[in-house]
Ligand binder design. Structure first.
Ligand SMILES: C[S@@+](CC[C@H](N)C(=O)[O-])C[C@H]1O[C@@H](n2cnc3c(N)ncnc32)[C@H](O)[C@@H]1O
Ligand code: SF4
Length: 450
């Protein structure tokens, strides 16, 4: 079987070095299956053998398996050539924990011995699976409701999420009109509702009257209800009261860092003092609070990051999410920032894991992205019993996702999740507004299919 693929997709972090295999990054993998359990992979004329201890029942399964071993062969060759190992070894893909579930009892062997994932990351995966136990046995027809607000008070330098500066948009009100229509149309599609998540962008950058319309449309919710309030500069007592009056149970107050110079450089438009002020203001209500931090921010040393982790732990939020800076194409920082000295980012991520787990936090979900510094991961930590159901459902793809808004991707699971179908709404805000009836029709079609 011959498979054509591209090294950039496999190893964006190592692309330059990996080009010794192929000048363009395009590679052709030729796989020869043999019955004596040793198969051969030929990658651009270099031959590698691997032990095949599995039988394939379908062509798709065979293709998947070969791709996995092609990655491994590439990884081994590059690792020897460069004298370097990566924490996640040859494992690519955004959901390492879902990969582990898919391997059943043999997940440790498959990830550790075969894909060369480090023992520390394996322990992390095991700890996450343990935390997820209460969530994975779920009722049929379970779903989460996501509502996307693609507006922010200003753009942060590092951010490659789709969102527009609200002050420069003249269609925020029309956006809310379309969104309200979509939420109302989605209500009959809701089965067993596990959580509601209003995310962004920065949902609370909307005028309070428009935010209130959305919350009214969602109505009474008897499950976890998150609003990714996010930017401390948008948090006011009026907004917090509005969220609390509508039954919101969880909000985010995101520092990203506890260093004023970095906040200024990133264009966050708030200070460290404001993080504290708004956190204490939010504590007057009964919300669970999540805080986001980023490792590898420009001009930050290990000590700066260490200080941010420690400051966040001292505040004792229910959840803490540690991101690794990912400089995607399109991010303004990409051109500006040099990567950290080798090993620094691994040290930061290791520190966050060690310090948080010593301080009563448990890792409970994790995902990886392309272009992440050090090829690492984003990890959500929680205090005991405070894990966010929405994050687990989305990462492990264990419930349907009814997603409303521009660029929102709805997912419907079939045969207990063996097959997933998606519908992505238009990314562009004006297109979303003008196509709202079509969006509703497509979603109805997806959720009524068997
Ligand atoms: C959808 S954003 C919304 C957060 C909210 N608007 C705020 O700024 O506080 C969710 C989180 O993604 C993380 N994030 C955004 N861009 C990132 C990047 N390029 N690399 C790593 N993390 C990033 C940030 O920690 C951010 O809080
Ligand atoms: S980090 Fe948050 S506030 Fe900043 S641009 Fe991204 S979504 Fe908007």
């Amino acid at each position: 079987m011959i498979i054509k693929t591209n090294l950039e997709w496999l190893y964006p972090e190592l692309l330059e070095e990996a080009k010794f295999f192929s000048g363009t990054g395009d590679i052709e993998i030729n796989h020869t299956h043999s019955s004596n359990f040793v198969d051969e992979i030929d990658i651009c004329g270099k031959k590698y053998n691997y032990t095949n201890y599995r039988d394939f029942s379908t062509l798709l399964e065979e293709k998947r398996y070969i791709k996995r071993f092609a990655k491994l062969a590439l990884y081994n060759a590059m690792s020897d050539y460069l004298g370097q190992n990566l924490p996640w070894g040859a494992l690519t893909g955004i959901r390492p924990v879902k990969f582990a579930y898919g391997e059943g009892e043999r997940w440790r062997k498959e990830m550790g011995d075969v894909m060369r994932v480090s023992p520390k990351k394996l322990d992390m995966v095991a700890a996450i699976m343990e935390q997820q136990k209460p969530f994975t046995d779920i009722a049929e027809n379970s779903c989460d409701l996501f509502i996307g607000i693609p507006f922010c008070p200003s753009r942060c330098l590092y951010c490659s999420f789709m969102s527009s500066e609200i002050g420069k948009c003249d269609n925020a009100n029309e956006y809310v009109d379309a969104l309200v229509k979509e939420i109302n149309a989605s209500k009959p599609l809701i089965g067993n509702l596990r959580s509601v998540y209003i995310g962004g962008g920065t949902p609370i950058s909307l005028p309070i009257s428009q935010l209130s319309r959305i919350l009214e449309t969602v109505g009474d919710v008897n499950c976890e209800y998150t609003v990714e309030a996010g930017r401390p500069d948008c948090i006011t007592d009026d907004v917090l009261k509005l969220l609390s009056d509508h039954g919101v149970t969880r909000i985010c107050v995101n520092p990203q860092t506890f260093k004023d110079d970095t906040l200024e450089l990133l264009g966050r438009k708030h200070t460290v003092k404001e993080i504290y002020d708004k956190y204490y203001l939010a504590r007057k209500y009964s919300f669970d609070i999540n805080m986001d931090l980023i490792a590898g921010l420009p001009e930050e040393s290990f000590d700066d990051f260490k200080n941010s982790i420690n400051a966040a732990i001292d505040l004792s939020p229910e959840n803490l999410t540690v991101h690794t800076l990912s400089l995607k194409a399109g991010s303004r920082l990409k051109e500006m920032v040099d990567r950290l000295p080798e090993g620094q980012i691994d040290k930061m991520i290791d520190y966050s894991y060690d310090r948080l787990t010593e301080s009563g936090y448990f890792p409970y979900y994790m995902y990886r992205q392309k272009y992440m510094a050090g090829n690492l991961e984003n990890t959500g930590y929680t205090k005991a019993g405070k894990a966010c159901v929405y994050n687990v459902d989305v990462m492990e793809e264990i419930a349907d996702n009814l997603a409303c808004g521009a660029n929102a991707v709805s997912k419907k699971l079939f045969s207990g999740g063996e097959r997933i179908e998606r519908y992505g709404a238009p990314k562009d805000i004006s297109t979303y507004i003008s196509k709202i009836d079509k969006v509703i029709e497509e979603k109805n079609k997806l959720f009524s299919s068997k």
